[in-house]
Structures are given as structure tokens and as C-alpha cells.
Design a protein around this ligand. Sequence first.
Ligand code: FUL
Ligand code: CA
Length: 499
Amino acid sequence: MNQSELSPTNLQAFGPVPTPRQLAWHKREFYGFIHFSVNTFTGREWGYGDESAGIFAPTAFDADQIVRTAAEAGMKGLILTCKHHDGFCLWPSIYTEHSVKNSSWLRGKGDVVRSISEACGNHQIGFGIYLSPWDRNHPDYGGPKYIEYFRNQLHELTTQYGELFEVWFDGANGGDGYYGGANETRSIDRETYYDWDSTYEIVRRNQPNAVIFSDTGPDIRWIGNEDGIAGEPCWATIDKGRLLSERRKTSPKTSLNDNMVGAWDSPTAMLTSGHRHGCSWLPAECDVSIRPGWFYHASEDDKVRTPDELIDLYFQSVGRGASLLLNLPPDRRGLIHEKDVASLKIFQSRLEQIFSLNLAQEARCSASNIRGGSQIFAAENAIDGNPETYWSTDDDANAPAELILEFPKTVTFNILQLREFLPLGQRIDRFALDVEASGAWKQWCCEQAIGSRRLIRGQICTTSRVRFRVVSAPVCPAISELALYCDLKTRSTPTEERK
Ligand code: FUL
Ligand code: CA
């Protein structure tokens, strides 16, 4: 009998738990966004909707180069802006003329969605779609005919391009647009206009494994900022009722993105941190661009995020139990620019270097308590490299509880990685790590929230004993992984400090 078969009887889940599609998504952690449209050729960030399809003219579009760049950077999927707010479609939709079929690119015979989705298949990474609900080109936007159009397009995209891992619905709705020449401001009621439940139904029917992203879910929530930074802590759970009622208090005719700055209990602050005892499992995704803009602008060629900045983002998103959705905008050739490629290459090799050696695997591991004294919940499960096994305690020995790692010879580390066994929920409130120094325990960190993956960067230290403590938890823990790493790049700092 394996541990997961035992868990329902032996160990009750705590609070909400992820659905199978959310669980699969948690494993993806780092994936990319591709913003590509008429904006790439006009220099805008939000096209007005009056751009001629003819201006979409990449000179050397190469889906393989784009997807290879993403895959080699360690991304496990790519989400393409099939239609941004300007309404221009990167696939030859049968429902509009405003698409690649009327562009000069490949004499109207190209299909960016097809090419990128196939390249994702070739590189064995997931493919996802972004379809903007707001459409500044469509004459019927704001009325019922547009909803039919939007759903028809969603149907095309969810049936003609293979399996999708994520469907991304943008909350932005700026009001004004070309709207087929009308040139006016059209405001919609974001609560009711799209009748989201019926729209989500299309995705569920055609792509049952895809997670749906929008500001407030249903599967994945927005992190509340476009900086790529999750809250500290960031809970996977949230009180959706409270979130939605606070959101309703802000104007229903704007998008959540329009209320970016707010008080602690503002909807965006809730999205950033989640709620410890929230009743929905709704994990966060951190979207951010490798450049200041979402679309390519030559003027930003010198503003590409550096490998160090990307590493920081990774720790502030993936390292807080969220995912990192990093945007790579193709340029006017239809390629990821050399500067972005160069930064991603160094970033990826730094990541590989950091996580290449898990020092914890060299330790002997013991625990203050093992559930039922059983091997099934053994201390070693936390360091066995198997995500399906975990350490747990008896119900009355949940906190404080500790794991002690003893090393045959001293180890030097500055990074701690933890994971909880997610099918049993997010169980730990607060934890600490201590290191032994001159015969006494010294606290190395004390933080809240673990969840899918928690990374803590701290002081570099050399020791032969490490103690992990569950400081506070309402139920017994289920720690599936405790790992220690050393980031070579910062190895020199502490020597300086020790002097
Ligand atoms: C926002 C949009 O308005 C931006 O243009 C971009 O697509 C970003 C990912 O989402 O809401
Ligand atoms: Ca394990």
C-alpha cells in the first residue's frame, strides 16, 4: 500500500485542497507569455482597434526559435496572445476579417497560433491561449452579438490547436476604442456582461485539463500586480466570497487592474497574499515581462531584465508557492531578440547551478515524532527526493515538531527549499530552520506558509546539524521535501561577513 492510498483514512486533508488540474498546474511552476500583435508593428501597448491587418508583417517569423528559447530557459509552457485588446487575430478565424489572413505575412496563409502550438509540441512544453475579452475592433462590442463572437472564437481556439494547459482571460477593459469606426467609449458591467459561467463551460467541455486564469479564478488567480512578485507570505487559499464582495465595492464597470493600489484589505492586496483560512484553493500566478512593455519596442532593447533580476523574480514567485509567467515579446522579425535570449541563457544556467546539488540528501534525518511510529510517515521521506512521500506526526504532536538533519561532514548552504504534500492541503502556519553553531542552535529563518514550493535565501552558513521546526500548525504536518542548496554566486559574501 502506498502513502497516498493510506492518507484519506490515516490523515485528513486540512481545509481546501487542489483539484487534479490545479495539482498538475502546480508542477509547471515556470512558463512563458508571448505578446505578439499589430502593436509589435505600431509601437503601442494597447492597439486602438483601427490598425490595418496589413501591418502585421514579421520579416523572419520563426516559431521554433521562439519556443526553443522558452524551452531552453526552463519554461514548461507558453501562453500566446491569440487576440489582444486590439482585436487582431493571430489565427485565421472564420468569424472576422481582422486577422492574419488579411496580413501581408505569408500572403495571408500563415497561422501564428498553429505554428507556436506545433513548436510547443515539438519541444515538449505545454501550450496555452490568451483571448482578450475586451475587443476594441469589434463593432458589436458591448452588446450581445459580441458575446456570441467571443464564444465562437473561444470554441475555435479550444478545438483546433490540440491540448491546452491554460486559458487566460484578461481583466483589462479600458472603455474607449475604434469599435468598427464608432470611436467611442463603451463600458460594460464586468460582473454580468460576459456571463463567465457559460464562457468557462466552453473551456471545460473542450479542454477539461486546462486551468482557467482570470483575476479571480476559477482555477488560478492573478497575483494583484504586474511585477512578478507574490506576497510574503502567499497562501494558495483565499476567501473568494470576501474577495468578490470587496471587488464589487470598486466600480463594477472597471477592471480589477484599474484598482492596483489599495489598502491592506483591497482586492489586490488579497490577491497578493491570499487568506490563511480562505475557503477556496485558488493559487496565484505572477505575470511579468522581461522588458518594461508587454509588446516589443526597439527602444527597450537596453532594458531587458538581467539574469540576476530574473533569479530574484523566480525566488519571489515560484519560491512563494505561486507560478512565474514571464513574458517574452517577439520583435518585428518575429524572433525573440538576441538580448532577451542572452539574459535567459545565463538565468537558466544560474538556476541549474543553484539547484544541481541538494545537500540535504547527504544527511541522516530524524524526527521528534513520527505518525504512528510508521515507516510510511518517516522523517527520511522529507529528504528522499520523492514528491509523493512525506513526513508526518501524530495529531497531538503537530507543533512544535522537528526534523533534525545530521551531516557526516560539514555542509555550506544559503538556500532552503520546502514542499508540503498538497493533496492534504496547506497545513503549516509558521516554520523555522535552525543551524548548530558551537554546540548551540541558532535560528536561520522563521517564516509563514509553505505550500507547493517555498524557497528561502538567507545567510550562508557552514554546519553539520540543521533543525527544521514546525512552529505553528493547526494539524499535523505533511512535509514532502526539505532541501538545502548553496548558491555559488553568493558564496563569497559570508566569508566577508565572518571576517
Ligand atoms: C493586462 C493587459 O492590459 C496588458 O496589455 C497585458 O496583456 C497584461 C498581461 O494584462 O491586463
Ligand atoms: Ca518525499
